[in-house]
Design a protein around this ligand. Structure first.
Ligand code: A2P
Length: 292
């Protein structure tokens, strides 16, 4: 398993299991399957409603806590300094852990950016108090990241973004890299349901990726994960199926050539699959995070 070193020296396994859109009742078995085949990093979120099941699976695994890297996210309805401090308590209690390895803001709240900054200040406090080992953001676009960097004391360790061959967000990735922020790809194999629902074809069916996959005796999903890793990103593929969970981790025994990386880079379509970060409001989603 390959690690990435965060900007504060903390080691993070480059590949983790994503549980976005994994229903709570399937989360425990998915995480158990992942830990069983060697995953040591799980990415969840308060808004996914499955932190409790992630916690159950990690406890049942018997794997020492310090060998696991648990990442979760504060939802926008919990933004504000005091609310975000309390959001940590809620997530930690549901996960059943005292310390969260990486706690990130799930979205910027462009309509009330001051509240986003207050939430981030709370993450800085949690970091100083040792309650979290690293802090970061997610779905922050260029203006959001610039605004945060102007105000923050701690540079985020990670910006988790929708990144797959059809939507690469190069500008925000470059800004992050310039500041030592790791770009972490959600939907790294472009399998996201929004994408399919909005009528786009998934990169899983792309012929260029299919050809590269055949050349290496690997699957298209494995090629896309390798492409992300070779670009220095963290990747957190989601699956609930044990054989795909295993397949998605089996990406450390082959290498894409520079030409293959370039061919995949060229697949950009400019079409976002997930929600437009500029339009995020609490009311749009209607999610509230219950107490533990
Ligand atoms: P499932 O959970 O049924 O396996 P992404 O993380 O890029 O959004 O991709 C997740 C989607 O891709 C899910 O729909 C998941 O379905 C599917 N998926 C995950 N791993 C693979 C794989 N190795 N091959 C094909 N589809 C996959």
């Amino acid at each position: 398993m390959q690690n990435l070193t965060l900007n504060n020296g903390v080691q993070m396994p480059a590949l983790g299991l994503g549980v976005f859109q994994t229903p709570p009742e399937e989360t425990r078995t998915a995480v158990t399957a992942a830990l069983g085949v060697g995953y040591r990093h799980v990415d969840t979120a308060a808004a996914y409603g499955n932190e409790r099941e992630v916690g159950q699976a990690i406890r049942e695994s018997g794997i020492p806590r310090d060998e696991l890297f648990i990442e979760t996210k504060v939802w926008i309805s919990d933004y504000g300094y005091d609310q975000t401090l309390h959001a940590f308590d809620k997530s930690a209690a549901k996960l059943g852990i005292d310390q969260i390895d990486l706690l990130i803001l799930h979205q910027a709240l462009p309509s009330d950016f001051g509240k986003t900054l207050d939430a981030y200040r709370a993450l800085e406090t949690l970091l100083a108090d040792g309650k979290v080992r690293a802090i970061g953001v997610s779905n922050f676009m260029v203006d959001h990241l610039r605004g945060l960097l102007d105000a923050a004391t701690v540079v985020p360790a990670v910006n988790q973004l929708e990144i797959h061959p059809y939507f690469q967000q190069r500008e925000i990735q470059a800004l992050g890299s310039e500041h030592g922020i790791i770009n972490q790809a959600w939907s790294p194999i472009g399998g996201i349901t929004f994408y399919r629902d909005s009528g786009h074809t998934s990169a899983l069916e792309d012929p260029v990726i299919g050809e590269i996959a055949r050349a290496h005796g690997k699957s298209p999903a494995q090629v896309m994960l390798r492409w992300g890793l070779q670009h220095g990103r963290s990747v957190i593929p989601k699956s609930t199926k044990p054989e795909r969970i295993a397949q998605n981790l089996d990406v450390f025994d082959f290498e894409l050539t520079a030409d293959e990386l370039t061919a995949i880079d060229a697949l950009e379509t400019g079409k976002r699959g997930g929600p437009e970060p500029e339009n995020i409001t609490v009311a749009n989603f209607g999610i509230q995070i219950p107490e533990a």
